[in-house]
Design a protein around this ligand. Structure first.
Ligand code: SF4
Length: 239
């Protein structure tokens, strides 16, 4: 599915001008890279038709990042316009992702508005930003960055206390050293007893079969996953 070009200041100019004339505050806006309908390729909701709302910007630079196109650019959307665009796809599952979506403070408002509208909402976050204020109805998918990412110093360990049983912790692993690091973290924080834990190989860096065999050999309480959307569509954008 091709990415639709987003109009600048989508859904906002007329509303903003009217609001200014009326002396009202500007409507809340977020910078968005893309909104698209696809199959969820990861985590607990894998396989569900899902609308993805990709927010622009990320303060991290993981070595294996596959969404660097979301670091810059994007267009401003009002939260009302985002909800209207999401609704036209008719999906029950919505995934708010990035970039790092929580890098924009108004992401919290968007999450609550999506929950209020009755959607099943998930949030993909790097784990480097406080998740304490995320709406409790949102399923958090919290990345913990292994050393191979180059960003392990950014892990905000305090976030682990906000995990609920419906949340997930994800490790993307580039090799054996990352695997051993993740295995130690899972054991030390008893993550397997607290929520679902996901282990994924970095594409082209760690053989998925090796990772599967290590998990079995160590009898880890974690779920192996491959990115379904990459199996279906490769690196094609818009998925
Ligand atoms: S946190 Fe996510 S978006 Fe940001 S650099 Fe890492 S993989 Fe890319």
């Amino acid at each position: 599915m091709p990415i639709r070009p987003l109009p600048r200041e989508h859904g906002d100019i007329a509303t903003s001008n009217a609001a200014l004339i009326a002396g009202k505050p500007r409507p809340e806006r977020l910078r968005i890279t893309e909104i698209f309908h696809s199959i969820q390729g990861e985590a607990d909701a894998a396989g569900w038709p899902t609308v993805f709302v990709r927010l622009t910007g990320c303060p991290l630079r993981c070595t294996w990042c596959d969404t660097a196109y979301a670091f810059h650019g994007g267009t401003w959307w009002t939260i009302d316009a985002i909800l209207a665009d999401v609704a036209r796809h008719g999906a029950r599952h919505i995934c708010v992702t990035g970039g790092e979506p929580l890098a924009q403070k108004r992401c919290l408002m968007l999450l609550t508005r999506l929950c209020d509208a009755g959607y099943e909402v998930s949030l993909e976050t790097s784990g480097a930003i406080d998740v304490g204020a995320v709406d409790a109805r949102v399923r958090k998918v919290l990345d913990l960055k292994a050393p191979g990412s180059g960003e392990d110093a950014r892990n905000r360990w305090d976030n682990l206390r906000f995990l609920s049983p419906s949340d997930q912790v994800k490790f993307v692993l580039a090799g054996r050293a990352d695997y051993e690091w993740a295995r130690d973290v899972v054991g030390r924080h008893r993550l397997g007893q607290r929520c679902m834990v996901l282990f994924s190989p970095v594409h082209g860096s760690l053989d998925p079969r090796d990772l599967a065999e290590w998990i079995l050999a160590d009898r880890l309480p974690v779920r192996f996953q491959l990115q379904l959307h990459k199996i279906l569509w490769g690196e094609e954008s818009g998925h």
